[in-house]
Design a protein around this ligand. Structure first.
Ligand code: ADP
Length: 475
C-alpha cells in the first residue's frame, strides 16, 4: 500500500524530540515490510538539508488567504534513509534554523499542510493512507473531506497519531480565511472552545486515532488539556500503540557516537569506558554511580523538580553520587541548574543545549537515567537507556508505565508514583543501594538490555489499523 507520513519533524532531517525519532524510523520498517512509504516534512535550514542532495519533483504556489507563497517539493535523491523523504520548501516560512517557536507558526504549518495536499492531488495518484502526526498536520483529515479542491482525495483514509496532546495548534476564526474553500456547513468540525483547534480537528475527522502508548490513551480521557471529552467520544476509533526504537540508530555495539562499543556480553567493561570519557568531559568521578537526565526542561518532563531534587540528593549523598543533566527549556530551570554547578562541583554538571552525540554518550556512560515526568505519552529515553544498559528511574505515567517495571517486582527499572522532589530522591536512594549490590544491579541491567522494543513488531500494528480502515471503515 502507499502510505504518506506528514509531520513537522523527522530524524535526521529535523529533530526536537521523540516525534522525529518515530517518524524517522516507523516508515523505514513499513518500507521493509513491502509498502511504499513516503515522509513529508517542511524544508527547514538544517544540517541534514545542507549536507544532502535533493531533486525538485514538483513546484507550485500555496495560497494562504490573501498571501501566495511559491513552494517546491524536494526529494532526497538517494533514498538512503530507507524510505522516500520529501521536503516542502517554502523559503519565506521555513528557511530558518529552528523548527518551532516563531510568531507565525500557525501560518507556517497551515501553509505546509495546504502545500502537501496541493502536491498530492497534482500527482494524480491517490495514496491509500495518510498518517498525520500531532497538531501541525491535524487539518489534513478535514481538508481532504471537505475542501472542494481536494475532492478527488476524499476517500483517502487518514490516521492521526498523537505524540503529545498538550500542544494543540489553536488559532482564532479570524484566520479561517487561510483555509481553502470548503462547504461551510462542516465548519463545526474546526471548532473547540471557540477556537480552531488543529489537534481536535484531526481527532474528529481522521478515520483512526492512535496514541504512542496504551497507558497514555487511558490517561488522556481525564487529562488532555481540555480535550478529555473529545477523546472519550472517539474511543471506538482509537488505539494506543507503544513506540518502538530504531535498533540501527540505537545500538551500543555499532554506535559511532560513543567512546567504546559493547553488547550484553561485555557491558560492564564497555560502559565503564564510556563513563570514564563522560566523567572526564564533565569533571565527575567515574567510580561513583552516575544519574543523568536528558530532555526538554519543562514542567511536563518534571524539569521544574530537577534543581531541588538534585540539590537534595547531592547534599544527602555528596560522597557517593554524580548527577549530569543535558537539556534546554524554561530559562528559570536552566539558570537554577547552572547555579548548582558552583555548589556541587565535582559531583554535578549540566550541559544546556541540544547535542545528539552527547546524548548517545550519556545513555552509554550513565548508570541511571532520571525521568520524573508529569506527562510522558510514550518516552523514548527509557527505552534507549535500557538498550544501552542504563537503568531508568521513572515516575509511573503514560509510556513509562508500559515499559518500566520496578526491580522490586523483578523488573528493569526503579519506579515511583508522585511527581515530587521527595519521590525522586527516594528513588535515587534506592538506586544507590542497588548500585552497591553489583549482582542484582547487573541483573536489572540485563533485563533492560534484552527487552524487545523493536519496530518490526510495532510497525505491524500500524499496518493492521490501516487495513481495517481501508477494508471496513472502522478499527
Ligand atoms: P519528547 O519527544 O517529549 O521530548 P521523548 O522521550 O519521546 O521525549 O524523546 C526525546 C528524544 O529527544 C530522545 O531521542 C532524546 O535523546 C532526545 N533529546 C531530548 N533532549 C535532548 C538534548 N538536549 N540533546 C540531545 N538529545 C535530546
Amino acid at each position: 500500500m502507499e502510505i504518506f507520513h506528514i509531520s513537522a519533524e523527522c530524524y535526521p532531517m529535523a529533530k526536537v524530540g521523540g516525534l522525529a525519532d518515530v517518524v524517522g524510523a516507523l516508515p523505514k520498517y513499513q518500507t521493509n515490510a513491502g509498502h511504499n512509504t513516503r515522509v513529508v516534512v517542511p524544508c527547514y535550514d538544517t544540517k541534514f538539508k545542507n549536507e544532502n542532495i535533493f531533486e525538485c519533483v514538483h513546484w507550485g504556489t500555496v495560497k494562504l488567504g490573501n498571501f501566495n507563497f511559491p513552494f517546491n517539493v524536494l526529494k532526497e535523491s538517494t533514498n538512503k534513509l530507507g524510505y522516500e523523504l520529501y521536503l516542502i520548501e517554502i523559503n519565506e516560512l521555513f528557511n530558518r534554523p529552528n523548527i518551532y517557536g516563531y510568531e507565525d507558526d500557525i501560518e507556517r504549518f497551515v501553509a505546509f499542510q495546504i502545500a502537501v495536499l496541493d502536491w498530492i492531488i497534482a500527482r494524480n495518484k491517490v495514496p491509500d493512507v495518510i498518517n498525520c502526526h500531532d497538531h501541525h498536520t491535524g487539518l489534513i483529515p478535514f481538508l481532504l473531506q471537505f475542501a472542494y479542491k481536494y475532492e478527488n482525495l476524499k476517500d483517502v483514509k487518514t490516521v492521526i497519531t498523537i505524540h503529545n496532546g498538550l500542544y494543540q495548534g489553536w488559532f482564532g476564526f479570524d484566520k479561517l480565511y487561510y483555509l481553502p474553500e470548503f462547504d461551510l456547513k462542516h465548519v463545526g468540525f474546526l471548532e473547540w472552545n471557540n477556537c480552531i483547534n488543529s489537534l481536535a480537528v484531526g481527532i474528529k475527522c481522521a478515520d483512526a486515532v492512535t496514541t504512542v502508548s496504551p497507558s497514555y490513551l487511558n490517561e488522556i480521557n481525564y487529562a488532555a488539556n481540555g480535550l478529555e471529552g473529545l477523546f472519550n467520544s472517539v474511543r471506538n476509533k482509537s488505539k494506543g500503540i507503544l513506540n518502538g526504537i530504531d535498533f540501527e540508530v540505537w545500538n551500543p555495539l555499532k554506535d559511532s557516537m560513543i567512546a567504546e562499543n559493547y553488547s550484553i556480553n561485555d557491558f560492564e567493561a564497555g560502559k565503564q569506558k564510556n563513563k570514564e570519557k563522560l566523567c572526564e568531559q564533565f569533571e565527575l568521578d567515574p567510580s561513583k554511580p552516575l544519574f543523568s537526565f536528558i530532555g526538554r526542561l519543562f514542567d511536563e518532563k518534571g524539569g521544574d523538580l530537577l534543581p531541588q531534587a538534585t540539590a537534595l540528593a547531592l547534599s544527602e549523598n555528596f560522597e557517593n553520587l554524580n548527577i549530569l543533566i543535558l537539556g534546554s527549556g524554561k530559562p528559570e530551570i536552566e539558570s537554577q541548574l547552572i547555579q548548582l554547578r558552583t555548589d556541587y562541583k565535582g559531583n554535578y554538571n549540566v550541559f544546556i543545549g541540544y547535542n545528539e552525540d552527547l546524548a548517545h554518550l550519556i545513555y552509554a556512560g550513565s548508570d541511571y537515567i532520571l525521568m520524573p515526568s508529569r506527562v510522558e505519552p510514550c518516552g523514548l529515553n527509557q527505552m534507549y537507556a535500557m538498550r544501552y544498559g542504563t537503568i531508568p528511574v521513572v515516575r509511573r505515567t503514560g509510556g513509562l508505565r508500559d515499559t518500566v517495571i520496578d526491580f522490586g517486582d523483578d523488573g528493569n527499572g526503579i519506579c515511583h508514583d508522585q511527581a515530587s522532589v521527595g519521590d525522586i530522591c527516594y528513588s535515587i536512594n534506592r538506586g544507590l543501594k542497588l548500585f552497591a549490590d553489583k549482582i542484582n544491579f547487573n541483573k536489572v541491567v540485563q533485563r533492560g538490555m534484552t527487552a524487545d522494543h523493536s519496530w518490526e513488531r510495532v510497525c505491524q500494528e500500524y499496518i493492521e489499523i490501516y487495513n481495517l480502515i481501508i477494508e471496513k471503515n472502522e478499527i
